[in-house]
Design a protein around this ligand. Structure first.
Ligand code: ZN
Length: 374
């Protein structure tokens, strides 16, 4: 997150047009959503993008109006040309196209407001917080954000497999169920030290069906779901770390991983298209994206500091446990147990501890970001 300076200029103010008709995006960046949130002390407008965009920010001289011009950016069809705001401070956000490949968001205010701009990543966003200018002193809010307050959450830790289901098995016979249970226990300890409430879907070598795992999470009102697995590949040389979130499979590889982890429960899964058309999922998916990228980043920084880590990135796939749990969640494939080098590492407590620390850091960074966002 980068606090930005801002230009207040007297540049020509182009009134936004009425309903703008947009064709297919020809620009390199896509505006995917505009969200407005009312908070006790400020109003937040979020512009969600598929990658960072160059932009210009201006306040219209002498008026309670602002403009954000996004260069080389086009909106998806789902972005409305006008977003009405129902609160005492802002009136509306109106989008219009100023050139074939640039957009302008005109933000009209009802009262004198001081904006603060932030850029956030994972996903890329431009965030504008509008604070009322104090009527008596005319003072503005502090430029720097206060640190996020400490957030206590209920987190489900889901070590994959167990009991009759060993998961993937390494060349030397080491089993996925054993490695991921130990990592899960270590993660539990780390997150409890930070004050969080932890629910384990299994805390010993027991077989727990996938449906029971999500039922545990949903019935206990958990805030986050973290599933831990070790990967396997027919090619023994394949190694690395992946973090998955719910979605249509990114590629064949992702589809294969989900099929293996879902096992027999794959048949109980709902139609994906139907699920992803449900806009109520927006919150869950957006937060899962953030959790996935923070965990991925933490993994590279934490485990990558002591071990060579092959980064296989953040991917999406239709995992049963992510689909059926009601809260944001990820599934981490922490290493390939089918790769002899990574199997040997997984058998060492120091490596499993390092993975647990990375997962804990990812959760903490996600929670800190979510606290700033909400
Ligand atoms: Zn697994």
């Amino acid at each position: 997150m980068t606090p930005l300076g801002w230009g207040i200029g007297a540049a020509a103010w182009l009134l936004a047009g009425s309903a703008a008709a947009f064709g297919q995006p020809a620009a390199s960046t896509t505006l995917t959503a505009i969200r407005v949130g009312s908070h006790p002390t400020y109003t937040r407008v979020v512009f969600e993008l598929d990658k960072p965009a160059a932009y210009e920010w201006r306040k219209k001289a002498g008026a309670n109006a602002f403009q954000l011009t996004l260069l080389d950016t086009a909106p998806t069809a789902g972005v409305p040309s006008t977003v009405s705001v129902r609160n005492p401070h802002l009136a509306a956000v109106t989008i219009s196209r100023v050139t074939p490949t640039s957009l302008r968001a005109a933000i009209t205010a009802k009262t004198a407001l001081t904006p603060r701009l932030l850029t956030l990543d994972h996903p890329d966003r431009i965030v504008v917080d509008f604070y009322p200018v104090s009527a008596t002193t005319g003072t503005s809010p502090p430029l720097t954000k206060t640190a996020a307050t400490r957030v206590i959450r209920t987190i489900v830790i889901d070590p994959g497999h167990g009991g009759k289901d060993p998961g993937a098995i390494g060349l030397s016979g080491y089993q996925e169920k054993e490695a991921v249970l130990d990592i899960g226990r270590r993660l539990k300890k780390l997150l409890e030290q930070r004050g969080h409430r932890i629910i384990m879907t299994r805390n010993d070598d027991t077989f727990i069906p996938l449906s029971d795992r999500t039922q545990i999470a949903n019935s206990r009102g958990a805030d986050l779901f973290v599933s831990i697995h070790a990967n396997a590949h027919p090619k023994r040389s394949t190694k690395g770390m992946q973090v998955y979130l719910l979605g249509k499979a990114t590629d064949e590889e992702a589809r294969a991983v989900a099929a293996r982890e879902n096992g027999d429960d794959a048949s109980q899964m709902d139609d994906l298209d139907q699920i992803f058309n449900d806009m109520a999922l927006d919150f869950r998916i957006n937060h899962s994206i953030s959790l996935a990228y923070q965990t991925h980043d933490a993994f590279l920084r934490t485990v990558g500091k002591r071990y060579s880590v092959v980064d296989l990135g953040v991917k999406r796939a239709p995992f049963y446990v992510l689909m059926k749990s009601d809260m944001p969640g990820i599934l981490a494939e922490v290493s390939f147990i089918s790769n002899p080098q990574e199997e040997a590492r997984l058998k060492k407590a120091a490596y499993r501890q390092s993975i647990a620390e990375a997962l804990a850091r990812g959760v903490e960074r996600y929670l800190a970001e979510a606290a700033v966002e909400s």
